[in-house]
Ligand binder design. Sequence first.
Ligand code: ADP
Ligand code: MG
Length: 287
Amino acid sequence: MITVQNLTYTYPGANEETLHGLNFDIAEGEIFGFLGPSGAGKSTTQNILIGLLKHFSGRVQLMGRSVADWGHDLYEQIGVSFELPNHYLKLTALENLNHFGSLYSGQTHDPLELLSWVDLQDDAGKKVAEFSKGMKVRLNVARSLIHQPKMLFLDEPTSGLDPVNARKIKDLILRLRQQGTTVFVTTHNMSVADELCDRVAFITGGNLSVIDAPAALKQQYGKREVLVAYRNGAEAIEEQTFALDGLGHDQAFIQLLQTAVRLETIHTQETTLENIFIQVTGQELSA
Ligand code: ADP
Ligand code: MG
């Protein structure tokens, strides 16, 4: 659905390049994530993909056609949720959705149904000016779906949301993928990348470092070990690690299980996406 080759971008008037030659492809029906700290170039990339920022160098194709060759008809095909919600503040949530729905020529979703998907059905008649930041973000996601787009671009779709609402948005995105929607999502939130993305790209300072499935990354970077914490009497907790492979025949492990006075915990040493991010890029996600 999306092909990006050697994408380089410098903001007009800036003396430094923001994106330094990105390469990635996104398949139909895939959730593809850009994970990286603030300032990495995530929003810049999204804005190029959706045709908002021009004068980049490299190749950017959407559905087999160069982004520069798409006219306004591109916006009938794609749904976009910007990082900073841009609603009509004096209109209600419902009026906002009705207005944006009227701009499209194809079939649109029922605005009230859309509001229920993001748990705003009880706020349909409220002016957006009275909405909290999280409510605006949720309305933003709902609005991006109104024309039933085949492809979605979501810039930080859970930013400012409490865990319950973040869960709702994540479940909604997973449901859309099940219906065949292709999703490009940017985030600085490890759990969004981990729970949603079929593949994730790490971005720092305008460069991509790895692109892979979160589970594959964890397998590659995690230690296949088991850590056993135990006590032999009243003294301090002791720890021993054992290789996961061949564990059933590991005599030292079996003996420890049989002889430890008290077992405290037994854990496999899986790593988190955040640890891998730090290991690969040398940067913290929250930086
Ligand atoms: P992210 O979305 O990953 O937080 P951005 O794509 O917004 O990062 O920004 C990447 C870099 O480009 C940052 O250094 C930022 O300061 C710079 N930048 C963003 N927008 C502009 C702009 N309109 N003009 C000049 N520089 C910009
Ligand atoms: Mg951003």
